[in-house]
Design a protein around this ligand. Structure first.
Ligand code: 2HA
Ligand code: ZN
Length: 270
């Protein structure tokens, strides 16, 4: 077996969590990430017949039976993933009953997966149906995006439009817009189901007054989506109290969509 600490999927998780922590998106134990691991990429690193322990999930993930995920741990700090990945991360496989996780590696202090596993797995199910190349679900609390939650209506059209008109890149990066959920109690199956429902239409979903979910075919894509929202939100928040003299107009937004050949939410323009 190869050394799992050198595996690209571990190196990637260490890097991205450190990056997110340093950006201030994941204070204390805030945020969580899960990523589908393809059997081919892990079998050289891990004996897939060796189940360390089983952990009940409290919901059913029928579509994901047999799938393997690397996932951040509950109560764990992104700050610590870099120097102790085996304590802060786990690799789990969804067991045949669809309601149990088989721990294959990690959570070495007896810990378990993020409390947001329902939202993550339900989202994976939905996004996989949209695109079989889907792999990553990422949740975090980026400051400017969150600040915008307090001064912009929690409405998908209004919120998306404000982002689009603030930064030329936005229409190109997320032409499908940003889904928005009202404030809900986190860590529950209910917020998981509501998130997954939004994920049928969007790759980005705001959890009102809490944070954001981003998805993608790889880590860069999920991260890049959130990063682009956060950049626009930052520009919005540092300029919102000043007179708005210029803006990207709806006609210009249409021009961007045409120029970059992206299919966008036309109903989100005026
Ligand atoms: O686990 O971000 O939503 C920390 C969180 C919960
Ligand atoms: Zn959170």
């Amino acid at each position: 077996m190869k050394d799992i600490f050198e595996a690209p999927f571990i190196v990637r998780m260490r890097k991205v969590t450190q990056n997110m922590y340093r950006l201030g998106w994941d204070e204390r134990n805030g945020g969580n990430i899960s990523c589908i691991l393809d059997e081919d990429e892990i079998k050289e690193y891990l004996d897939l017949n060796n189940v360390i322990r089983t952990i009940p999930m409290g919901f059913e993930a029928k579509d994901l039976i047999g799938k393997i995920f690397i996932v951040t741990g509950t109560g764990k700090y992104f700050q610590n993933v870099g120097f102790d990945p085996e304590d802060n991360l786990g690799i789990i496989r969804i067991a045949k009953d669809g309601t149990t996780a088989e721990l294959l590696w990690g959570f070495k202090d007896g810990g378990k997966f993020t409390s947001e596993l329902p939202a993550h797995l339900m989202t994976h199910s939905v996004r996989l149906k949209k695109d079989p190349r889907h792999h990553v679900v990422m949740h975090c609390h980026p400051s400017y995006t969150l600040a915008m939650n307090y001064c912009v209506e929690l409405d998908e059209k209004i919120f998306t439009h404000k982002l689009w008109e603030t930064c030329t890149e936005c229409m190109v990066v997320f032409p499908d817009g940003v889904g928005v959920l009202p404030w809900m109690l986190c860590g529950t199956n209910e917020i998981g189901e509501a998130t997954a429902k939004k994920m049928e239409e969007f790759r980005l979903v705001i959890w009102g007054l809490h944070g954001i979910y981003g998805t993608g075919n790889d880590m860069d894509e999920a991260f890049g989506l959130i990063e682009t929202v956060e950049k626009a939100a930052q520009l919005y928040m540092i300029s919102a109290h000043l007179p708005r003299i210029n803006t990207i107009t709806d006609d210009q937004l249409r021009e961007i969509a045409k120029g970059f050949n992206v299919k966008y939410r036309e109903d989100f323009l005026n």
